[in-house]
Design a protein around this ligand. Sequence first.
Ligand SMILES: *[C@@H]1O[C@H](CO)[C@@H](O)[C@H](O)[C@H]1NC(C)=O
Ligand SMILES: *[C@@H]1O[C@H](CO)[C@@H](O)[C@H](O)[C@H]1NC(C)=O
Ligand SMILES: *[C@@H]1O[C@H](CO)[C@@H](O)[C@H](O)[C@H]1NC(C)=O
Length: 315
Amino acid sequence: MAPQRRGAPKAPEGSGAAGRRRPNSTKHVRAAREVRRKWLGTTILGACAVLAGLLLWSSRGGDDDVTEVLAHHREILPGRFIEVPCSEDYDSHRRFEGCSPRKCGRGITDTVITRDEAQRIRSIAEKGLSLGGSDGGASILDLHSGALSVGKHFVNLYRYFGDKIQTVFSEEDFQLYRDVRQKVQLTIAQAFGINASSLHLTKPTFFSRINSTQAQTAHDEYWHAHVDKVTYGSFDYTSLLYLSDYLDDFGGGRFVFVEEGANKTVEPRAGRVSFFTSGSENLHRVEKVHWGTRYAITIAFTCNPDHGIADPEFM
Ligand SMILES: *[C@@H]1O[C@H](CO)[C@@H](O)[C@H](O)[C@H]1NC(C)=O
Ligand SMILES: *[C@@H]1O[C@H](CO)[C@@H](O)[C@H](O)[C@H]1NC(C)=O
Ligand SMILES: *[C@@H]1O[C@H](CO)[C@@H](O)[C@H](O)[C@H]1NC(C)=O
């Protein structure tokens, strides 16, 4: 484009005087320029690679966070357990030897509850929640207390529907619910090396259905980071059974362990059981659901028999 440049190259600006005084040094100047150009190239290339890496890394987290995936939705995990140091939250509660956590952590398994069981238990949730539903994006159904979201409030479904509830649920539904609860309880006991009979189901244990509709009341705001033992004093071990698939049934809605450094996500998958000790070592939140509907069931356990609740009975 600039043919005159093909001739004797002009010395770089600022080095003209030196070049004139010591003609011998032009070689050095050219060499230095060559080195500088190479360095510049390398630096730019390096910066681009780092930037691309950062972009790729951050794009893995939907909320622009640095995240690490503990369980991908396409994986089928026989069992994964990550131990984390226990917080001091348990010290302020009565201790139950052989149950209160000495070892804390989080586990995930896709082989305890089958996809078929997840599908069947989800249809219990669908039937129950079809009787109500929050005006906001998050509805719950608690088969133990009977609590069901309706509009901006809750009703007691057993009281509200009375005997008619027997035309909604069947004995098989309740049997399945108990079987699933039992399997989850055994899984937790095994992972933490405790006797399963020292664990007691506690409240709230409930189904949740979340969609992208805007929250109407504080009950709809499921996405805040929280500690279960602080929110519900009785919890010692929390578990979640997912009943729908991340990215097939809904977007957003991943479970996130909030940590310094890198947050850890669990991508829901129908039949996936995720469980963890309920103290501050497991601060967590759920990302907002962006589309579709996310079903899950929260099953909580306590070591304190006084805080135990019974399985729901079909009557
Ligand atoms: C982890 O998540 C929290 C809450 O969403 C967020 O404030 C924080 O920036 C995230 N941490 C990292 C390292 O991305
Ligand atoms: C979300 O669910 C509520 C019932 O809880 C329903 O009224 C609303 O239409 C649903 N929103 C979407 C986007 O499907
Ligand atoms: C577990 O606890 C129950 C009741 O407390 C007891 O009967 C049983 O022997 C215990 N099992 C083991 C393996 O320790």
